[in-house]
Design a protein around this ligand. Structure first.
Ligand code: FES
Length: 313
């Protein structure tokens, strides 16, 4: 993983898409084109105190002039969205990374099923645009409390037509993952939203090939019962051994031993700090790696090991 470029972008529009979602447009003050991106990508927004938050790009990947993001205000969150709602106004400069895509569209799928919960809709706006332009077979299931609480709904209705299925709980409509149906060759499913939605879809599709069900979590449920234990990390290239105490992350220990490790969310959801390992029993606590990737990759910001692990560093 390499560190990403941070750009100073200018906010050219900031308006409420719903009572608690701010839709922001960003341009480069000097360059007519921003770094290119593909549907499903996100950018990091750097806060003044150095913290970083990830937001999916929800504009048109073919429009290189601007980035669009939508930020849900979480008053009981960690403060990033509150800061964004209070400070991202027209004319303000925002520090934004170049895009990265943890949720790319399959190029070989013949049918796409997209399932969004609330603000988890954001990566699917660009996906729906791309799929519609390519005349692909897709369905977008959008779960929200009501139309008034469903950001970007107007755009999605224009993009998707009758390929958009809305599930508004206040109208008594609830999405049932079994709606997706049995596995058919060529079908890929993408889920984005709260962890419980991802888990419900994954449970319903447990007999599908693992690489046909893709997910991104927007809200984390922390495992309060997890008890961290100390372990030893060996650096494969040098044989150096590092003790990771119970109260520190592997990422922190690597950094304090001189390793330059990129990171962003430090919650196991963005994929920035991904690192290879060779042996050891890893306790994976991230929400971004697939089961097959977990065989030799880990996220040192949250994941740990039982007793010992050898890192590909
Ligand atoms: S920093 Fe985001 S997954 Fe580790």
């Amino acid at each position: 993983m390499t560190a990403r470029m941070i750009m100073k972008l200018q906010v050219t529009a900031a308006r409420l898409a719903t009572p608690d979602v701010l839709h922001v447009e960003l341009v480069h003050p000097l360059r007519p084109e921003l770094p290119e991106w593909t549907a499903g990508a996100h950018v990091d927004l750097r806060l003044p105190d150095g913290r970083v938050r990830q937001y999916s790009l929800c504009g048109d990947p073919d429009d290189r002039a601007k980035y669009e993001i939508a930020i849900k205000r979480e008053d009981d969150g960690r403060g990033g969205s509150r800061w964004a709602h209070e400070h991202l106004k027209e004319g303000v400069t925002a520090h934004v990374s170049s895009p990265r895509n943890n949720l790319p569209l399959s190029e070989t799928a013949t049918r796409y099923v997209l399932v969004a919960g609330g603000i988890g809709i954001t990566p699917f706006v660009s996906m729906a645009r791309t799929l519609a332009k390519q005349n692909k077979n897709f369905t977008l299931h959008y779960c929200a409390r009501s139309a008034d609480n469903a950001p970007l709904l107007r755009e999605l209705r224009e993009i998707c037509g009758d390929q958009l299925k809305c599930w508004f709980s206040r109208e008594g409509a609830r999405f049932n993952p079994q709606t997706i149906g049995a596995y058919q060759d060529g079908t890929h499913v993408y889920v984005c939203g709260p962890e419980r939605l991802l888990e419900a879809v994954q449970a319903s599709l447990s007999d599908w090939p693992e690489d046909h069900v893709h997910g991104e979590v927007f809200q984390l449920t922390l495992d309060e019962n997890f008890k961290a234990e100390p372990f030893e990390a060996t650096i494969a290239s040098t044989g150096e051994r590092l003790l990771v105490p119970a109260d520190r992350s592997l990422l922190e220990v690597l950094r304090s031993s001189g390793f330059v490790m990129p990171s962003s969310c430090e919650l196991g959801i963005c994929g920035s700090c991904e690192c290879g390992y060779r042996d050891g029993i890893v306790i994976h606590r991230d929400k971004v790696l697939s089961v097959s990737k977990r065989q030799d990759r880990l996220m040192p910001c949250v994941s740990r090991a039982r007793v010992a692990v050898t890192l590909d560093l």
